[in-house]
Design a protein around this ligand. Structure first.
Ligand code: ADP
Ligand code: MG
Length: 283
């Protein structure tokens, strides 16, 4: 039998938690855009619909554990959170408190052991892989601490990559002009028009994160999930990135969920929640 590791200051959980068999999360794009977008078509059962009608993004009773050797590492325990459309939410908490785990679950990059995630009134954590791909490709944008740009592509190509992959060759070629316009306008918003042909290795950290922001927005998502987007940047550059996120939130009503351990940055969000002992701290 596996033993359960508990953070020292947290009460032990009475719950028996299933251990996930899932691989580490990774971001992948839609490969076949001809697939029907069943995400929009699947209605929820009536009772569940009433329960989640108010939230834009909502997590209900989330549990998540990892296995480490013979031990089980409980990370999230009955976590509940609701995010309103247009909100800029900061998720703070100590290193190892489960911030990235929560963000990955919200973004459907990984699945909870128990609990549900709803987006615009529809359950999303249990969607088929193809529907989750579509959701991430069309309605969610994601940025990470280490940018995750494709090293062999230029800045402009990196920003266009999600559209190239989602559209397929012929459709992409037909809409090439429009896509270029969108990408260039985003690159202008993040102040990168002077680095269009640079490869990631020829960019500074701040420039790479700007490119990653532009890429995350090229499909015009409604929700941006950001995992320590300034974690690898100096304070001034981090503040510049924060200004860009703020502008996108205010001008385009983009809902932003940002994980950060930086209190100064967190305080610039509309609301801060702290993760502790597997849940949202009540303060
Ligand atoms: P944070 O982002 O708040 O620093 P994480 O969500 O990355 O925390 O991790 C929470 C806990 O889960 C940590 O103790 C970490 O070691 C553990 N953990 C994260 N991912 C895995 C994994 N794939 N396998 C085993 N343990 C993991
Ligand atoms: Mg993290």
């Amino acid at each position: 039998m596996s033993k359960s590791l508990q953070p020292m200051s947290c009460p032990s959980s009475a719950e028996t938690q299933p251990v996930p068999a899932s691989a580490p999360p990774h971001y992948h794009f839609v490969t076949d855009p001809r697939q029907p977008e069943t995400f929009h078509e699947t209605p929820l059962p009536g009772a569940a619909q009433d329960l989640i009608a108010t939230g834009h993004l909502k997590a209900i009773g989330l549990y998540k554990s990892y296995r480490k050797g013979s031990a089980e590492v409980p990370v999230l325990r009955d976590l509940n959170i609701e995010i309103v459309r247009g909100e800029f939410l900061a998720i703070a908490g100590q290193s190892g408190s489960g911030k990235s785990t929560l963000l990955h679950l919200l973004g459907t990059l990984d699945a909870p052991d128990q609990g549900e995630i709803h987006f615009d009134g529809r359950r999303i954590d249990n969607l088929p892989a193809m529907d989750r791909d579509l959701l991430r490709n069309k309605r969610f944008g994601m940025i990470f601490q280490f940018y995750h740009l494709l090293p062999e592509l230029s800045t402009l190509e990196n920003v266009l990559a999600p559209l190239m992959i989602a559209d397929g060759v012929w459709s992409y070629m037909r809409n090439r002009k429009k896509h270029h316009g969108t990408a260039l306008s985003l690159l202008e918003t993040v102040g990168l028009t002077h680095r269009l042909k640079h490869k990631p290795c020829e960019l500074s950290g701040g420039e790479m994160q700007r490119a990653a922001i532009a890429r995350s927005l090229v499909a015009q998502p409604e929700l941006l999930l950001a995992d320590e987007p300034t974690g690898n940047l100096d304070q001034g550059t981090g503040q510049d990135i924060m200004k860009i996120l703020r502008t996108l939130n205010q001008l385009h009503r983009l809902t932003i969920v940002m994980v950060t351990h930086d209190q100064t940055l967190a305080q610039q969000a509309d609301r801060i929640v702290r993760l502790a002992c597997g849940g949202i701290e009540n303060k």
